[in-house]
Design a protein around this ligand. Structure first.
Ligand code: CA
Length: 372
């Protein structure tokens, strides 16, 4: 048994490019056992991931040393409740997600099996994706069309989502202009191509309903985060008023918060594996969604460890109604991995390698480390 215990827990602040400012980082954890097995996990990189990694260093790592890594779910809840008064909605669950993913990576490596096998097996290992295209609030109609066209041609996705990413301190800034962009993108991609619209929380309830009606006319298949994420009632009101599927949940950090959205009337939820619960948390959400007849379509914008962990969970979901999110084609983190997972003809294919199936290029990663 002694070899199964955790020996070290390290936090890695990884630069994407040498010149990037501190806010642009990936936030990884590396857990090593007494036997020398190594597992990797990823936390949400918001504001550089510094806050979640700080919690790992200060509050989680000391409690994990000497523990059996197979006890990941017990460790998760013990540590969540240790830190619960910091507020479980954010940096704490990002920290716990990174640890959970790393412990699943270890469990897979210890047993010589891919994580999806440990989760009960895959319905599919070839997973279609949608191209998630951000920053459109700042673009003209023509600029938006050019970006959409380039991603469509390069990636051959199963669907496209246009995200607004506007200024979060404004509301209803250009409703007519937003509808005009949605209309132009529909015209560009043609009749039945699956399109989604992500408001990134920038509408009032009234404007959200107006935009939602336009999206229904244009045949969009979902309308994401129309109002502020913390306005659970407003999100539910928009969802109940519209026929188009309204989605939310990328800013929900616990299964209870996801349940609140479902109870309010949201019928498609989007928790993110690097923000809430890691692999264990997302599997709990899958059960919650199946029980309530709600679509689970996880948010996921981190191109390496988080992405891979997310795909392992998606592989196990029977009713996978929408493709996986693919947000970042830059290849910014590819150098940190021996064989990074690249898209192929609109799909990602999971490997049969043990754990997450993503081998780290330790020397390259070492060269990208930033100090806390
Ligand atoms: Ca979103």
């Amino acid at each position: 048994m002694s070899g199964l215990v955790i020996k070290t827990v390290e936090t890695l602040r990884v630069k994407w490019r040498p010149e990037d400012p501190p806010g642009l980082r990936s936030a990884f954890v590396r857990v090593i056992t007494e036997d020398g097995l190594t597992g990797y996990g990823e936390a949400s990189p918001m504001l550089g991931g510094e806050h979640s990694l700080g919690i790992v260093d200060r509050d989680l790592a000391p409690e994990l040393i000497g523990e059996d890594f197979h006890d990941n779910a017990v460790l998760y809840d013990r540590l969540l409740h240790k830190c619960v008064k910091l507020g479980p909605e954010g940096a704490v669950t990002g920290a716990l997600a990174a640890i959970d993913i790393a412990l699943w990576d270890l469990k897979g490596k210890a047993l010589g099996l891919p994580v999806y096998k440990l989760l009960g097996g895959a319905w599919r290992t070839r997973i279609p994706f949608y191209s998630s295209i951000g920053g459109n609030a700042r673009r003209t109609v023509d600029e938006t069309l050019r970006v959409v066209e380039a991603r469509l041609r390069a990636e051959n996705p199963a669907a496209i989502k246009i995200r607004w990413d506007g200024d979060r301190t404004t509301q209803d800034a250009d409703v007519a202009g937003d509808i005009a962009k949605a209309k132009a993108v529909r015209k560009l991609v043609g009749g039945d191509f699956p399109l989604a619209f992500d408001a990134n929380n920038l509408y009032s309830v009234g404007s959200a309903v107006r935009v939602g009606r336009a999206l229904e006319d244009l045949g969009y298949i979902w309308f994401e985060e129309p109002v502020q994420h913390y306005d659970i009632q407003g999100m539910g009101e928009v969802a109940r008023k519209l026929d188009i599927t309204v989605s939310a949940g990328e800013q929900s950090y616990t299964t209870q918060a996801v349940l609140d959205l479902i109870r309010a009337g949201v019928r498609m939820v989007q928790p993110d594996i690097v923000k809430m619960g890691g692999i264990t948390g997302l599997m709990k959400c899958a059960a919650l969604c199946q029980a309530h007849g709600v679509e689970l379509v996880p948010h996921q914008t981190q191109p390496t460890l988080g992405h891979m962990a997310n795909l392992h969970v998606l592989a196990t979901i029977m009713h996978m109604t929408k493709p996986a999110e693919y947000a970042d084609p830059s290849g910014r983190m590819d150098g940190g991995f021996v064989e990074p997972l690249r898209p192929e003809d609109g799909h990602f294919t999971l490997r049969e390698a043990a754990g997450l199936g993503l081998e780290v290029n330790a020397a390259e990663l070492e060269g990208r480390l930033a100090r806390p």
